[in-house]
Design a protein around this ligand. Structure first.
Ligand code: MTE
Ligand code: MO
Length: 200
């Protein structure tokens, strides 16, 4: 059975698959709860906390510099997908439009549907992170987080918030939805930071 859905890493790919992960050909949908239809018309993205408050519309987001990205995707439930192709806005390009306090050290990602996930500012400000609205050349499907999701390639994919609609900058660490329910606070796949030691 397993062989039908998972491939053994090929040699050129083996070094890119973190320990305990299997490659998948498809792109599974992993959502806690259900997908809400979100129109771009009334879509809003808010910034608050230890940063100057700001609100961005869909048009604002599309007027930011657009880039293409190829990134590997690692879900803590043990599937990985290599070379996912996305289009969107680099986090660092977006950050040019924010005024973040010098006391900010953590970020809470907020979403339509109330999912949250926390990330250290240092992990959030990595050059390879991006907001995506396009997947393999097509508008990002609602199931995969359309109209907009975050992608943080160097951490497990629960940090890649779908339907993201806000960033709350914090001077201390708070835990997001899965992190309060047993997932690791950081979630680095090469170190297999899957679950919190508080729960094991
Ligand atoms: N808003 C929201 N974002 C989310 C999730 C979720 O349940 N809600 N699931 C996370 C998890 S556990 C994973 S593995 C990825 C899955 O993304 P995909 O459904 O596009 O494969 O989204 C992450 N982002
Ligand atoms: Mo996941």
């Amino acid at each position: 059975m397993l062989g039908k859905f998972f491939r053994k890493p090929e040699s050129d790919q083996a070094g890119r698959v973190p320990p305990g992960q299997h490659l998948t050909n498809g792109f599974p949908v992993l959502t806690y709860g259900s997908t809400l239809p979100i129109s771009t018309e009334n879509w809003q993205f808010r910034v608050w906390g230890k940063a100057k408050e700001a609100v961005f519309s869909w048009v604002d987001f599309l007027s930011l510099p657009q880039s293409s990205f190829t990134a590997d995707f690692h879900c803590v439930t043990t599937w990985s997908k290599l070379d996912v192709q996305w289009t969107g806005v680099k986090v660092l390009d977006f950050m040019q439009h924010l005024e973040v306090d010098s006391t900010a050290a953590h970020v809470m990602e907020h979403c339509y549907g109330d999912y949250t996930t926390n990330i250290a500012l240092e992990d959030f400000l990595r050059d390879e992170n991006f907001f995506a609205h396009t997947l393999f050349g097509e508008p990002l499907p609602p199931d995969h987080g359309g109209p907009l999701r975050l992608v943080v390639p160097h951490l497990y994919a629960w940090k890649s918030a779908k339907w993201i609609n806000g960033l709350e900058f914090l001077d201390h660490e708070e835990l997001g939805f899965w992190e309060r329910n047993g997932y690791h606070r950081r979630g680095e796949p090469w170190a297999e930071e899957r679950y919190s030691s508080r729960f094991s």
